[in-house]
Write a protein that binds this ligand. Structure first.
Ligand code: ADP
Length: 359
C-alpha cells in the first residue's frame, strides 16, 4: 500500500495551445479511495493516465510512497488499471485472463493459481473460472477486469470509468461492490468518473475538476454542504442547486421581495453583488403574502418526494427555480406557489469570482 502525490504535474499535449492539465497538486492517503470527477474534457483521464505512465508528464513530479515515478515505465510503477472497456482476451478462460499479467511477469504456475483462486473468491467468480468471457454477463466481465487488477496485488488501483458499459441497475450494484471491495483490500485507489452520484457514493474524498484544474478536494458531505465555488455548487447535487443573482443591502439579500439574511461570517464584496445558492430541499412552501412566488411549469412526483420546477421574477429578470416538496403534496402545473428559504442552508458566492463567501 502507498500514498500518491501529484506535485504540479502538468500535461501539455503536443501541438495544443494550452496544457490539458496545467499543474495538479494532490495528495492521496494510504488506502484512500479518491474519485476524480468533472465534465467531459476537464482532464480527469489525463491526470489518471499520467499516474499510470500512459501519458508523459510535461512538468512537475508524481510520487507513489517515496518513489518518484514520473519517468518510470508503467510496468515498474506497481499499479493496476481497470478501464471502461474490459479488454478481456476472448479466446482465454476467466482464469487465464486473470492470470495473464502474472504469467507475463514470469510468476510460477502454483503462485498464479493461488492468486487467481483468492481473487475469484473475493469477487464471487469461482464458478466461472473456466468460462470464456462471452459466456458472462456485463457485470461478471467487469468483475474479471477487477480480478485481473487484484491478482497483481498492486500498491495502487487506477480505474477509468469502469462502470460506463453497464446498464443502470448493474451500475448501482457494481458501484457498491467496488466500494466494498476497495475497503476490504485497503488498496489506495484513484477512480475517474463524470457521474457525480458515483463520485459521491464511492469516494472517501472527491476531487472535482473543471478546465484542467482541481476546484475542490473534500469529503462528499463537505462538497455538498460547503461548495468552494459556483462550479462545485452547480456540479454536485441533483437536481442542481438554485443559483440566483442577488445584491446585499444592509446585511440582507433581496430576492424579488424575499429577504434572505446574509449568512454569518460571510465576506461580502464592496459592490454587494453576490450569487445566492439554495438547494431544492432548502425551500419550504409558505402561505399567501409570504416568500417568493413561483409559477409552476413542471412537476416530478417521485413517490417519497417530488420536485417542482418553475419560474420567478427577480428584479425584472425571470429565473428558473427548483423546489423539493413532500411526496403526494405537489402543487399542479400552472399553479403559483410561494416559497421561503431556510436561512441555515443559504450559500453565497462572489458574483465576479464565483468563490464562496459564506463560511
Ligand atoms: P476527461 O477525462 O475529463 O474527459 P481528458 O483528460 O480526456 O478529459 O481530456 C482533457 C483535454 O485534453 C481535452 O481537451 C481533450 O481534448 C485533450 N486531450 C485528451 N487526450 C488528448 C490527446 N491524446 N491529444 C491531444 N489532446 C488530448
Amino acid at each position: 500500500m502507498a500514498t500518491v502525490r501529484f506535485e504540479k504535474a502538468q500535461r501539455w499535449y503536443p501541438g495544443a495551445d494550452s496544457p490539458a492539465v496545467p499543474g495538479i497538486d494532490l495528495e492521496i492517503k494510504d488506502g484512500e479511495f479518491v474519485v476524480l470527477v468533472g465534465p467531459s474534457g476537464c482532464g480527469k483521464s489525463t491526470t489518471l493516465r499520467m499516474l499510470a505512465g500512459l501519458e508523459e508528464v510535461t512538468d512537475g513530479r508524481i510520487f507513489i510512497g517515496d518513489r518518484d515515478i514520473t519517468d518510470m515505465q508503467p510496468k515498474d510503477r506497481d499499479i493496476a488499471m481497470v478501464f471502461q472497456s474490459y479488454a478481456l482476451y476472448p479466446h482465454m478462460s476467466v482464469a487465464d485472463n486473470m492470470a495473464f499479467a502474472l504469467k507475463m511477469a514470469k510468476m510460477s504456475k502454483e503462485e498464479r493459481e493461488v492468486r487467481v483462486k483468492e481473487a475469484a473468491e473475493i469477487l464471487g467468480l469461482t464458478p466461472y473460472l473456466e468460462r470464456k468471457p462471452k459466456a458472462l454477463s456485463g457485470g461478471q466481465r467487469q468483475r474479471v477486469a477487477m480480478g485481473r487488477a487484484i491478482v497483481r496485488k498492486p500498491q495502487v488501483f487506477l480505474m477509468d470509468e469502469p462502470l460506463s458499459n453497464l446498464d443502470a441497475k448493474m451500475r448501482v450494484q457494481t458501484r457498491t461492490d467496488i466500494a466494498r471491495l476497495q475497503r476490504e483490500l485497503g488498496v489506495t485507489t484513484v477512480y475517474v468518473t463524470h457521474d457525480q452520484v458515483e463520485a459521491m457514493t464511492m469516494g472517501d474524498r472527491v476531487a472535482v475538476m473543471d478546465a484542467g484544474r482541481l476546484q475542490q478536494v473534500d469529503t462528499p458531505l463537505n462538497l455538498y454542504d460547503r461548495p468552494a465555488n459556483l462550479f462545485v455548487a452547480g456540479f454536485i447535487g441533483s437536481p442542481q442547486m438554485n443559483l440566483l443573482p442577488g445584491r446585499v443591502i444592509d446585511g440582507c439579500i433581496d430576492l424579488g421581495g424575499l429577504q434572505v439574511p446574509v449568512p454569518a461570517g460571510s465576506a461580502v464584496p464592496s459592490d454587494g453583488r453576490v450569487v445566492v445558492g439554495i438547494r431544492p430541499e432548502a425551500w419550504r412552501l409558505v402561505g399567501e403574502g409570504e416568500g417568493l412566488p413561483i409559477s409552476v411549469t413542471v412537476v416530478e412526483e417521485l413517490g417519497a418526494d417530488g420536485f417542482v420546477y418553475g419560474t420567478s421574477d427577480l428584479a425584472g429578470e425571470e429565473v428558473n427555480l427548483t423546489v423539493r416538496v413532500p411526496g403526494r403534496h405537489a402543487p399542479a402545473k400552472g399553479e403559483v406557489v410561494r416559497v421561503a428559504a431556510d436561512p441555515e442552508q443559504v450559500h453565497i458566492f462572489d458574483a465576479a469570482s464565483g468563490e464562496r463567501l459564506s463560511s
